[in-house]
Design a protein around this ligand. Structure first.
Ligand code: ZN
Length: 426
């Protein structure tokens, strides 16, 4: 049997070579491969479409690019690594001196062996990205820079999955699909999210409707909100931006603007129990689509969940963020932590006890430890839970008070419902 962890990793391996950007065939190819796990509805938004303060840019596609030296040897080759070409580079075919070429070469002296990730989406320009040590070794002479790209009216492409539940209240799961060959940022997000979509779709009962989106970062979420904000404002109960979920170092939570939404509450609860050494970041560390989902006036209850957060790992936005940075175990950890949050939300209810004073658990055979649906619901759990079922706290609140995971409390609640000792409060 193929393990889920290996399946998620294999998907990342398959997607890794594709040259992605905020528009273009790389996005389409990526969505097509993701859709082999679970069907995705693909939307195409024409260049020039207005979305709040933004305009959908021209579509960019890249076929080939290189820099040759005087001897005709390719010293930079797009086919070796797609990070070598600055994203959204305009087409060019020129001869230039080393000094003229250097004006178009991006490198990072602090990471001399890595190719940096550079884009120029909204200012027409061209450029190459190379290792700083390689740049330092370039000799005087004539060079030819060639970029065979197109930047034309076309479309912005995004993917969407809607999984209806028994209520119209929605959980938003969002990730981005616009980075070229880098593994943790961004392939870990979409590879985990599509497998989560498959998992959620398989649930027998779904209380909430799931809105799952794969967008190019920033412009994609802005376009998506422009089209769906009214509906999302009315229906979104909680949402998560999934990014950088594949390394195996730590877990991170990036708070919503004020950190006070249901998404924040469940994220912190799950992380506290399962990964107590997780890192907490305020909204001041925002860097992905939570910037749009939590913007003033949009105000969706959305927080970010990562393993090591973007910007906080040394390989970030370089060629060193490759398939060796992520692992089946790392990805599985990312999958599991989101899955636990969704399970907690699905089971989160308010209950009220039906007796005055403690119910007599002994006469119902509930005084001794027992396992229920694989979870230990011992006397202490039931008793502590019953001490707080006054109709005001939900399961996550009680979990925080009595220091017992939501999953265990959910099992306790089922047991107590069965014995008619508690009732659900709307
Ligand atoms: Zn990034």
């Amino acid at each position: 049997m193929v393990m889920l962890a290996d399946e998620i990793y294999a998907l990342a391996q398959r997607l890794f070579p594709i040259c992605r950007s905020i528009t273009g065939n790389g996005v389409r190819d990526t969505l097509a491969i993701l859709a082999s796990v679970h069907p995705i509805k693909v939307h195409e938004v024409p260049s020039g479409t207005k979305a709040f303060d933004w305009i959908v840019p021209k579509e960019w596609n890249l076929r080939d690019a290189f820099v040759k030296d005087e001897s005709g040897r390719k010293i930079v080759d797009f086919h070796e690594h797609n990070l070598h070409v600055m994203g959204y580079s305009t087409p060019v075919d020129v001869e230039l001196t080393l000094e003229q070429l250097k004006a178009h070469l991006h490198s990072d002296p602090l990471k001399p062996n890595a190719i940096p990730y550079v884009t120029s989406y909204y200012k027409e320009d061209w450029g190459f990205c190379i290792q700083d040590e390689k740049k330092a070794r370039l000799k005087e002479g004539r060079y030819r820079a060639h970029i065979d790209s197109t930047l034309e009216n076309g479309f912005l492409t995004y993917g969407e999955i809607l999984l209806p539940g028994s209520t119209t209240e929605e959980i938003l799961l969002s990730t981005y699909i616009c980075h070229p060959s880098m593994a943790n940022d961004d392939l870990s997000g979409p590879c985990i999210l599509i497998h989560l979509a498959k998992e959620i779709a398989s649930w027998e009962k779904r209380r909430y409707t799931y809105r799952i989106v794969f967008v190019p970062e920033t412009i994609g979420s802005i376009v998506y909100l422009n089209r769906n904000l009214d509906h999302m404002r009315k229906n979104t109960l909680a949402g998560f931006v999934l990014t950088c979920l594949g390394d195996n170092r730590t877990y991170s939570y990036l708070a919503s603007r004020y950190g006070n939404t249901l998404a924040d509450k469940v994220a912190q609860n799950i992380l506290k129990f399962h990964h107590p050494d997780y890192k907490r970041y305020s909204f001041l560390y925002r860097g992905s689509d939570e910037r749009q989902y939590c913007a003033p006036g949009v105000d969706l209850p959305v927080c970010g969940i990562s393993r090591t957060l973007y910007g906080q790992f040394p390989e970030y936005h370089t060629s060193e963020d490759d398939l060796s940075l992520i692992s089946p175990n790392g990805l599985q950890g990312g999958f599991d932590v989101i899955h636990k949050m969704l399970f907690a939300l699905e089971n989160n209810r308010r209950y009220r006890g039906k007796t005055l004073c403690e119910p007599q658990l002994g006469k119902r055979g509930l005084y001794h430890s027992q396992s229920y649906k694989g979870l230990e619901t011992n006397y202490t759990t039931l008793s502590d839970f019953l001490a707080y079922v006054d109709g005001t706290n939900d399961l996550i609140d009680i979990s925080n008070i009595v220091n017992i995971p939501v999953g265990t409390l959910a099992a306790a609640a089922e047991k107590l419902l069965e014995f008619d000792l508690i009732e659900e409060v709307e």
